[in-house]
Write a protein that binds this ligand. Structure first.
Ligand code: GH3
Ligand code: MG
Ligand code: MG
Ligand code: MG
Ligand code: MG
Length: 312
């Protein structure tokens, strides 16, 4: 079926939104247990996932495991202030952008200002207003997700950027070291793309690249990692999938891509792509980096053997 190019952008943003419809994760740091579980039940009723941090010395262990998208923090804790914890988090690369909301009955505006200056984004008065709590948390989590999307995703295709897809590959590799599982890597490259740019111009070329992004999302699972490696090259990391299955999946994508009728000033044209796949069982002693290289070598063979094909 031909792709409606006009709807491309709308489709991409819609996919990004559904990817993000998972529940928000909130970490509560509050020594008043009653208040902590009160907030927990309010947020859980609103569909969020909540963890309560009992011991502040376990802060980094807990944030690494739970991967929160927001911290709801008491300003006064035993041995430490909320502002001090906020300052600690804001000094790390990973957690510098984590939104922090202070819970406080603090009426001294000087102390409140100091707490905000050390990290943290907002104050919620005790007793906590149920509706305000839910809306504030939801809004801040939404903003964080948008920020991360623009940081990690390529603007043209909505796919993961170069650094992010390589990170995803690294994580998948480490996961497979701990718990044996098969996964595949695919490298895709549009055929004779220079000719498309030369014939129809770069903006038409961009449309073709964006179409690959849309097709990729239609063909692959939400747990698959889809990236734009650069230019008109794409990298896929496919968990629980061996090279044979990967070859079949990518081949179906290849067929659908070849069927798209593009137009430029009323002139129709089509376009093809080549791909190489490799899995971690073919090359058990390799590194993640070497596996990517194997997929790239397979891609090179696909090009040399006539293009418009998938090789393992
Ligand atoms: P092959 O079949 O061997 O892959 O031939 P090719 O012409 O596709 O060769 P190659 O992969 O080396 O060329 C990629 C071209 O893609 C070169 C560059 O001008 C173009 N390109 C890279 N990034 C972009 C982009 O973001 N938009 C557009 N329109 N073109 C791009
Ligand atoms: Mg307290
Ligand atoms: Mg290329
Ligand atoms: Mg090339
Ligand atoms: Mg190419």
């Amino acid at each position: 079926k031909p792709l409606d190019m006009v709807r491309l952008a709308a489709h991409i943003s819609q996919v990004i939104r559904t990817e993000h419809s998972e529940p928000g994760r909130v970490l509560i740091i509050e020594d008043d247990r009653e208040l902590a579980s009160h907030c927990q039940s309010i947020l859980e009723n609103a569909g969020m996932q909540v963890t309560i941090l009992q011991q502040t010395y376990q802060l980094f262990e807990t944030v690494s495991e739970f991967d929160p998208e927001l911290v709801l923090m008491d300003l006064w804790l035993p041995h430490v202030t909320g502002a001090e914890l906020a300052a600690l988090l804001s000094q790390t690369d990973r957690w510098a952008h984590l939104p922090i909301i202070y819970l406080s009955a603090e009426s001294n505006s000087e102390l409140r200002n100091q707490a905000l200056l050390r990290g943290g984004d907002a104050f919620l008065e005790k007793p906590v207003d149920r509706d305000l709590l839910v809306r504030l948390c939801a809004a801040r989590i939404q903003r964080l997700r948008e920020l991360e999307r623009t940081r990690n995703r390529d603007g043209l295709t909505g796919l993961l950027k170069h650094a992010s897809i390589k990170e995803a590959l690294q994580m998948q590799w480490q996961l497979a070291q701990r718990r044996p599982q098969t996964f595949s890597v695919a490298m895709l490259d549009i055929d004779h793309f220079k000719a498309i740019n030369d014939t129809y111009g770069h903006s038409v070329g961009d449309t073709v690249i964006a179409a690959v992004g849309t097709l990729l999302r239609q063909h692959f699972r939400i747990t698959d990692k889809l990236g734009r490696y650069g230019g008109e090259e794409f990298t896929l990391v496919l968990p629980d999938c061996d090279a044979d299955q990967a070859r079949k999946l990518v081949n179906r994508l290849r067929e659908d891509f070849a069927d798209i009728k593009f137009t430029s000033d009323g002139a129709p044209f089509t376009c093809t792509l080549s791909a190489g796949v490799a899995d971690n069982h073919q090359f058990p002693k390799d590194t993640a980096e070497a596996l990517l290289e194997k997929a790239d070598q397979a891609l090179y063979r696909a090009k040399r053997n006539g293009r418009n094909r998938v090789v393992r």
